[in-house]
Design a protein around this ligand. Structure first.
Ligand SMILES: NC(=O)c1ccc[n+]([C@@H]2O[C@H](COP(=O)([O-])OP(=O)(O)OC[C@H]3O[C@@H](n4cnc5c(N)ncnc54)[C@H](O)[C@@H]3O)[C@@H](O)[C@H]2O)c1
Length: 313
């Protein structure tokens, strides 16, 4: 049994990850500041699931404040760190760029420092496909140049990846940065397309479609992503950046059609221009994840969205 720190434990991805680690018999220490970016009732419900496990301990702590994190580190000796916390939301990062900078860059720096002091075996960081910006060449490869982020969120994720490299270079800390591609599934985020579209289509209220519906996203099912994170945690690799995507981008119009079929309701579409910080396509090359993590996404969009709909209902 190992002791694993999971940041953002009340959130969508980290709550699923925590559950998987607890099921494997590990001790999980979860931290989260329960940020009201979306309904905190959903976050509290996630925590209720985790609190049923005797090996789960939760601290309300904010990644921005070193002292709060030091307090947690003074109580536990961690074997590994899964640093998943921090709000997603490309558009929200335009409204409050400081929050994103302080949480993603500042918070990651604090955790690298504290984790290194405790000589953790491995540090896994949740990065994002957003770092690829407006790339037209697909699929996105980890070796692609990512010097042109189109949102503060993306710029911060890249900066945090670089901070991880510095800790690896200076102290030999094992750091793996996982670039997630539009993760969806039960307990998914209310600000993301799968949730918003299912909600509005099933209620019969208009859905806002940015652009003509040709934009594409490489939707990746939560259980597949969790398997990838667990594999990354178990395998210290020096310093690596690895895409965790599904490798099958879906056009927004096809995505809407899938939801219409699953819910049995027709979408009322209201078109608005594509926000400047949104990218036209995300598409992961996952050969590196296959090679280093034996990553093999198995859930395709119809099956994944049907599972989401079951949860949503
Ligand atoms: N969901 C996706 O499609 C996706 C894609 C790419 C990257 N990511 C990244 O994966 C991670 C998890 O995403 P998610 O979809 O589960 O989001 P989420 O919002 O459900 O979870 C993030 C959690 O972090 C917490 N948090 C925010 N600011 C914090 C702070 N300052 N201190 C402590 N906790 C804080 C929030 O309260 C939340 O519970 C995020 O870092 C996100 O950027 C997600």
């Amino acid at each position: 049994m190992e002791t694993i720190l999971v940041t953002g434990a009340a959130g969508f991805i980290a709550s699923h990850l925590s559950e998987a680690l607890l099921e494997k018999g590990h001790k999980v220490i979860g931290i989260d500041n329960l940020h009201p970016y979306y309904d905190i009732k959903q976050k509290e419900a996630n925590l209720e699931i985790l609190k049923k496990y005797p090996n789960f301990t939760f601290y309300k702590a904010d990644l921005r404040y070193l002292e709060e994190l030091k307090e947690v580190f003074s109580k536990h000796k961690f074997d590994r760190i899964a640093h998943i916390g921090g709000n997603g939301g490309v558009r929200a990062s335009l409204e409050d760029p400081e929050y994103y900078q302080e949480t993603i860059v500042g918070g990651t720096t604090h955790l690298l420092r504290l984790g290194n002091e405790q000589e953790v075996k491995n540090f896994v960081f949740a990065s994002s496909s957003s770092v690829y910006g407006n790339r037209k060449t697909v699929p996105f490869k980890e070796t692609d140049n990512v010097d042109n982020p189109v949102s503060p969120y993306a710029a911060c994720k890249k900066a945090a990846e670089l901070m991880g490299y510095a800790w690896h270079y200076l102290y030999g800390l094992n750091v793996t940065c996982l670039r997630f591609f539009t993760v969806y599934g039960p307990r998914g985020r209310p600000d993301m397309a799968p949730f918003k579209f299912v909600k509005r289509i099933s209620e019969g209220t208009p859905v806002i479609r940015y652009g003509d519906g040709s934009s594409q996203r490489d939707y990746t099912y939560i259980a597949d992503v969790v398997k990838g994170i667990v594999a990354a945690l178990e395998r210290p690799l020096g310093y690596e950046i690895i895409n965790l995507g599904n490798n099958k981008p879906i056009a927004l119009n096809d995505f809407i059609k899938t939801i219409e079929e699953i819910t049995g309701k027709k979408a009322i579409i209201k078109e608005e221009p594509m926000p400047k910080a949104d990218v036209p396509i995300t598409y992961a090359d996952i050969s590196k994840a296959k090679e280093l993590l034996d990553f093999e996404p198995v859930t395709q969009i119809r099956e994944g969205m049907a599972k989401f709909w079951e949860w949503f209902k």
